[in-house]
Design a protein around this ligand. Structure first.
Ligand SMILES: [Zn+2]
Length: 386
């Protein structure tokens, strides 16, 4: 086993041990990475949250003043709550060529590969610099990377290209869907449930809205499919719901969350407008007749842009060459790639591990995947010397 692979495993064990579940601070991990980079004389820049409890990290290896290559990953992981793990999720365990632990696939394995490549990267005469670009809060709507992207080309250098190391088994992903999420709050009026006509039942009106969403979902399925994606249509679904007060009270509150995962190039705004119009025409007039304080509030809570790789920068052919692949893939999950690209840095997604293991109990990454990723970074370093 190569020294670099041994170092990768050691580093992954350290990274997994930091419980960086999205709602917790990631500063322990960030300090660890800063200290590690400092050991090689590399300065890091933090882009912290306003409350200072979380931070992104940006660091450069190689010359400054030249467009570099971003190696990008998120430091946060999804919760282990309610999952039945065979081992402690925050203590990495190796068994049968697999490394188990929360975040091993999504995506601390990639972070470990990047960090384990640092000793070699600093030793090489790079003409194109490498940027380490680590974010937080990816798992809660790709929110943490946005303030850092806003600094690219201003207080931080704008990378010429960004490789986002989400788990693709080192395949090259050049397109993904973009989720848009809404929260709908229906407010009715309370009454004793024996006197239903005096109240406004928020759940009844929420039901009408849900039925309309069901019709919208069917329409989205009938649009011309994009066979690169599985499933090949824009998916729409209701993901959360809550409401009511007690079994004998006309319910005042009802809320639900819904989402569309949009194909690249699909504009969801017509569907946003449609639900608002349906509420205004088919629910509100009736509700207001009984209770002027009744209402329906529809808010977009999160929007991650869909991603289609740029074709002018040469990033896709380069990624294919480095990964030893000859075709690209599209995926249905979202990443930070679309945001980097909107921020001016062409991106592709390529990283170790399989998305099927992400977010699950007994998450693992294969050692062989990490080895492939180290090879990818090594070939990238060769390219960066030219
Ligand atoms: Zn991820």
């Amino acid at each position: 086993m190569s020294d670099r692979l041994t170092l990768t495993k050691e580093l992954l064990g350290r990274l997994v041990a930091f419980d960086t579940t999205s709602h917790k601070s990631n500063l322990g991990l960030i300090s660890f990475v800063e200290g590690y980079l400092e050991g090689f004389g590399i300065e890091s820049r933090r882009v912290p949250t306003a409350d200072g409890l979380k931070s992104s990290l940006f660091a450069t290896i190689g010359p400054s003043g030249v467009g570099g290559i971003g190696l990008s990953g998120h430091t946060d992981v999804v919760p282990v709550t309610g999952q039945a793990w065979d081992t402690d999720p925050f203590t990495m365990v190796e068994r049968d060529g697999k490394l188990y632990g929360r975040g091993t696939a999504d995506m601390k394995g990639y972070l470990a590969c990047v960090l384990a490549s640092v000793p070699e990267l600093v030793a090489r005469p790079l003409k194109t610099p490498m940027h380490i670009v680590f974010s937080y809060d990816e798992e809660v709507g790709c929110t943490g990377v946005r303030p850092m992207i806003a600094e690219l080309g201003k207080t931080l250098p704008l990378p010429r290209m960004v490789f986002v190391g989400e788990p693709t088994e080192m395949g090259v992903v050049d397109a993904h869907k973009g989720p848009v999420r809404w929260r709908v709050e229906v407010t009715g009026r309370a009454a004793h449930s024996s006197m239903a006509h005096l109240g406004v039942n928020a759940i009844t009106y929420a039901g009408r809205l849900l039925a309309e969403l069901g019709r919208m979902e069917e329409e989205l399925k009938r649009l011309p499919p994009n066979p690169r994606f599985d499933p090949p249509w824009n998916t729409l679904q209701v993901t959360e719901i809550g409401g009511g007060t007690a079994s004998n009270i006309v319910p005042v509150p009802c809320w639900f969350g819904w989402e569309i995962r949009a194909l690249p190039g699909f504009d969801v705004s017509a569907f946003d407008t449609r639900l608002r119009r349906f509420a205004a025409e088919n629910c509100l007039p009736e509700m207001l007749r009984t209770a002027p304080e009744a209402g329906i509030e529809i808010t977009i809570t999160n929007k991650v842009p869909a991603f289609g790789a740029d074709t002018k920068s040469g990033i896709v052919p380069l990624a294919l060459k480095l990964a030893g692949q000859n075709e690209t893939f599209a995926v249905s999950y979202a990443t930070e790639a679309g945001l980097f690209q909107l921020g001016g840095a062409p991106s592709v997604v390529c990283g170790p591990g399989n998305i099927a293991q992400a977010h699950t109990p007994n998450e693992f990454v294969r050692v062989a995947e990490l080895d492939k990723c180290l090879g990818f970074i090594e070939r990238l370093a060769d390219w960066a010397e030219q």
